[in-house]
Design a protein around this ligand. Structure first.
Ligand SMILES: Nc1nc2c(ncn2[C@@H]2O[C@H](COP(=O)(O)OP(=O)(O)O)[C@@H](O)[C@H]2O)c(=O)[nH]1
Ligand SMILES: [Mg+2]
Length: 429
């Protein structure tokens, strides 16, 4: 069975630690500090790859880790950067945080290559800490940790039209007639959970793409059968061709069938039922006498007042098919051309620092205030304090996290020194 959802673990690389070392020269008692910086941890990147059509591989390989940065070395030697990890996904893959189910990124349209987890910054070697007051720095900054996250990948196909309806109404027959797709007719065994796509080449137009959504039956939205697996693929389609066996070749009631499928759509997502529909009343070639008039009239009376037109067709003979396709194309052209893109709901930056402990204390030996802990370390790792924005973010963090309040409680005064790992600040109100 092919897969179009998978749970994987992704991780960006840890930054290499800064190095502590001192220049040794003949006849020089103690040379200056010359420990080099650690390398940057590799980024975890998602990239759309047109050669990848399913999420199959992610069922087998579940861990995607970028490389760690190498530590710095003696003689100002810079550690090598960690290798980036590029995760190749099909277009239309939605990446969610596994625990909350919130969307991190939708790899479609303009999102072709995205850094999802940034690698940790390399720590600064002690060569950076030679200041007039601290001539022989024994301190080097640790590399910043990478980030690990469990994510769920979901493929949501990109197509203009979703072809829906009960099994055996003629969807595959229709798709093979109107498009380049070669679906299996009358085959109940799904070999793929991705819908079959067909490009409709309609004379005088730029055509459109139809996705066959098989497996819809009563209860599909609650997981009966495999219909639920396919329902997610219609979320990006803009219009539905709702096909029905108008001739009741299997003894089903066409009107009732349409209502059942619509109920399933609504149960799955109330948004779906608001999308435009067109009814394709199929298999009209097997009608005889006035049967056709009766059934088609019944369907029209029921649905056309609701703005849902009914097209009598035969997927086998081709009768009525052109009219249906031109109508669909015209509707698509009038619809909002904005693609359906899933918005980001999970803010990696915000979620990173939540709930991580830190300490704020006065260190007698060092004669300064010290703020430390994984939360602080991570924050410093992700923030570029050399940039104005980064520095603003950092200051805001100190305030909103309550660190400033705690320092004041400890009696900090203007001009006192605060150390956070390798960084020292003068406290200014
Ligand atoms: N008489 C007639 N049979 C059809 C028509 N369209 C499909 N069928 C038959 O209905 C059965 C199911 O068709 P299929 O395309 O596999 O339906 P799907 O399950 O909706 O994809 C097959 O035996 C088809 O040959 C049609 O327009 N007229
Ligand atoms: Mg089929």
């Amino acid at each position: 069975m092919f897969a179009d959802s998978a749970k994987i673990t992704i991780r960006s690389g840890k930054g290499g630690d800064g190095h502590v070392s001192f220049r040794r020269e003949l006849y020089v008692a103690a040379g200056g500090p010359d420990g080099g910086d650690g390398g940057r941890g590799g980024d975890l990147i998602f990239e759309v790859d047109p050669r990848v059509n399913t999420l199959n591989d992610f069922r087998h390989i579940r861990k995607y880790f970028a490389g760690d940065g190498e530590p710095g070395g003696k003689r100002r030697c810079h550690g090598a950067d960690g290798e980036d990890m590029v995760v190749h996904v099909p277009e239309g893959t939605v990446v969610r945080e596994a625990e909350t189910g919130k969307v991190i990124i939708d790899m479609s349209h303009e999102h072709k290559r995205e850094v999802v987890l940034k690698g940790g910054r390399g720590g600064k070697g002690n060569m950076n800490y030679a200041t007039p007051t601290m001539q022989v720095p024994k301190y080097a900054q640790p590399g910043k940790p990478g980030r690990e996250l469990e994510v769920i990948l979901e493929l949501k196909t990109i197509a203009d039209v979703g072809l829906i309806g009960f099994p055996n109404v003629g969807k595959s027959t229709f798709l093979s007639r109107v498009s380049n797709a070669k679906p299996k007719i009358a085959d109940y065994h799904f070999t793929t959970l991705s819908p079959i796509l067909g490009v409709v080449d309609l004379e005088g137009t730029d055509g459109f793409v139809i996705a066959d959504i098989p497996g819809l039956i009563e209860g599909a939205s609650e997981g009966v059968g495999l219909g639920h697996e396919f329902l997610r693929h219609i979320e990006r389609t803009k219009l539905f061709i709702h096909m029905v066996d108008a001739a009741s070749t299997e003894g089903r009631d066409p009107l009732n069938d349409i209502l059942i499928i619509n109920k399933e759509l609504e149960n799955y997502s109330p948004e779906l039922i608001k999308r435009p529909q067109v009814i394709a009343a199929n298999k009209t070639d097997v009608f005889y006498g006035t049967e056709e008039d009766t059934v088609i009239t019944l369907l029209k009376e029921e649905f056309e007042p609701k703005g849902i037109p009914v097209f009598p067709i035969s997927a086998v003979s081709g009768k009525g098919v052109k009219e249906l396709l031109y109508y669909v194309k015209q509707q698509l052209d009038q619809l909002d051309q904005e693609p359906v893109v899933f918005e980001q709901e999970y803010d990696l930056e915000q979620e990173t620092f939540k709930d991580e402990p830190y300490i704020v204390e006065y260190d007698e030996k060092e004669g300064m205030y010290v703020v430390e802990g994984p939360r602080i370390e991570r924050m410093l790792g992700y923030t570029n304090l050399d940039s104005e924005k980064g520095f603003e973010f950092f200051q805001k963090f100190l305030r909103t996290s309550g660190i400033v309040d705690e320092l004041e409680k400890l009696g900090i005064e203007e001009g006192d020194t605060v150390r956070m790992y390798g960084l020292q600040f003068d406290y200014l109100r």
